[in-house]
Design a protein around this ligand. Structure first.
Ligand SMILES: [Zn+2]
Length: 216
């Protein structure tokens, strides 16, 4: 199973993708993780990417593609893989298709996690991060609603700059503008795209996800 998961920040594709990867025993690659790991390991591509990140610039498509190529080259991806948050642009999607053609394979499905904007805003602006241990909580999920301190280490919970409402709205707008052409491209392209209404409990969304990719 070669799968791409797309969706705005807060859509839950990370959580769902991790679970699917575990149950299907395939590796999951999130672009952010690949980037951070390459930078940490100080590989040639990592050093190049670091330069862009430090200047606050987007890492160019070609470089992201090279990093994905490197990640997929490992033997663990032979039986399938899940890509989380990649591709982000039509150029990256075209590059991914060429890359897979070289490997003699193709994508089986592209799943788009569709969540109404109001719900995304609620989820994202409810996110709190522990200043001590980095644990992530959601004050809208009920359980930790009253908590101002971390349930794990007692540290103070903070709202990241990224999760403030005005920043969230801007992130969603940027995401929408960059992703709509990509969705249109996949929609046109051989019926790969599955649009998943990713609202409800984690369990419900997971069942829908499995249904969407024809996994029983
Ligand atoms: Zn903590």
């Amino acid at each position: 199973m070669n799968l791409v998961l797309l969706g705005p920040p807060g859509a839950g594709k990370g959580t769902q993708g991790d679970r699917l990867a575990g149950e299907c025993r395939v590796p999951k690659y999130a672009t952010g993780d690949i980037l951070r790991e390459a930078v940490r390991e100080g590989t040639e591509l990592g050093r190049e990417a670091k330069g862009y990140m430090e200047r606050g610039e987007l890492v160019p498509d070609e470089l992201v593609l090279a990093l994905v190529r490197e990640a997929l080259a490992g033997s663990e991806a032979e039986g399938g893989f899940i890509l989380d948050g990649f591709p982000r642009t039509v150029a990256q999607a075209e590059g991914l298709r060429r890359l897979l053609e070289e490997r003699g394979c193709e994508l089986d499905a592209v799943v788009y996690f569709d969540v109404p904007e109001a719900e995304l805003l609620r989820r994202l602006s409810g996110r709190r991060v522990c200043s001590g241990c980095g644990a992530v909580f959601n004050v809208t999920s009920g359980l930790e609603a009253a908590a101002e301190t971390c349930a794990r280490c007692g540290g103070e919970l903070e709202t990241r700059e990224d999760d403030k409402p005005e920043t969230v709205l801007n992130r969603l707008r940027v995401y929408r503008e960059s992703t709509m052409p990509l969705l249109a491209w996949y929609r046109k392209d051989s019926g790969l795209l599955r649009e998943l209404v990713a609202v409800g409990s984690v369990e419900e969304v997971y069942e829908n996800l499995r249904g969407a990719i024809g996994c029983s």
